[in-house]
Write a protein that binds this ligand. Structure first.
Ligand code: CA
Length: 262
């Protein structure tokens, strides 16, 4: 167990770093974007290159990434800080990642956990889920897939498993996949719906054009120009929503991407 003082210090550091994040303008000064809702992700992964790629990909999506390369530092960090999502490798040099999960549960930590593991055995998967992991992703995976899983996990946690998301005049039934503006049903295509939910699940965060385009096209490589594809879906989605009397919440952040601002 950590001494109380250490926990308190850790919590103060977390608060300070969050405050700094809140009031620190984006690196990209031309946009002067203040990111108010920074999602924190801990990447527990001993493969250095993979860890670096994940950090670099998720950073472009405005996640605040921290890394742990072994079991002990993973336990230390999770003891001191709270994360929105922990990406957890099972095969660590000094221990089994599943034991990190046990540690979290024993200490009633509520961080979301996605297991990322080369071991695609059904036993690891079952044990991980039984121990309370939220999701499981087998290596190798595409970064866009990982990002979509993280967004889905955070969305589930943000929406508290609720089936209906309500933002002012906008009402989305996640189970029925229906969208209403002031009780008027809006007909969206599957891609427009996905786009809307992805933006809302990252509410008030700037999502890069690239991340959105990849989210939208998936592994569909035959799409000629993924940005044209994205622009036309964004345009149609905005048109359908505003035509029904919805505020134009989807903001274009010049040179960066889009943000659902509400
Ligand atoms: Ca490993």
């Amino acid at each position: 167990m950590l001494p109380v003082a250490a926990c308190a210090t850790g919590s103060i550091i977390t608060q300070l770093s969050l405050l700094l994040q809140r009031y620190r303008p984006s690196e990209n000064l031309q946009n002067q974007v203040f990111d108010l809702y920074v999602m924190k992700v801990l990447i527990v992964e001993d493969e250095l290159e993979l860890s670096k790629s994940i950090v670099s990909y998720l950073s472009t999506e405005n996640y605040l990434c921290e890394t742990a390369y072994d079991f002990n530092s993973a336990v230390d960090k999770t003891a001191l800080y709270d994360y929105d999502c922990i990406l957890l490798d099972i095969g660590l040099p000094d221990g089994n990642g599943l034991r990190v999960l046990e540690f979290l549960k024993r200490n009633r930590k509520a961080d979301g956990v996605i297991i990322i593991s080369a071991r695609n055995s059904i036993n690891d998967r079952i044990e991980g889920l039984n121990l309370g992991a939220d999701d499981y992703l087998s290596k190798p995976f595409h970064m866009s897939e990982l990002s979509a899983r993280i967004a889905a996990l955070i969305r589930r946690r943000q929406f508290n498993g609720s089936r209906v998301v309500e933002i002012n005049e906008l009402n989305i039934d996640v189970t029925g996949k229906t969208v209403q503006v002031n009780d008027q049903k809006i007909d969206l295509t599957r891609r427009e719906y996905d786009l809307l939910l992805y933006l809302i699940s990252n509410r008030n965060r700037v999502i890069s054009r690239n991340a959105l385009a990849e989210h939208l096209s998936g592994e569909n490589v035959e799409i000629y120009d993924k940005f044209d594809f994205l622009y036309s879906h964004i345009k149609n989605l905005k048109k359908k929503l505003t035509a029904a009397g919805c505020t134009d919440y989807i903001k274009t952040i010049y040179g960066m991407g889009y943000k659902f601002e509400a």
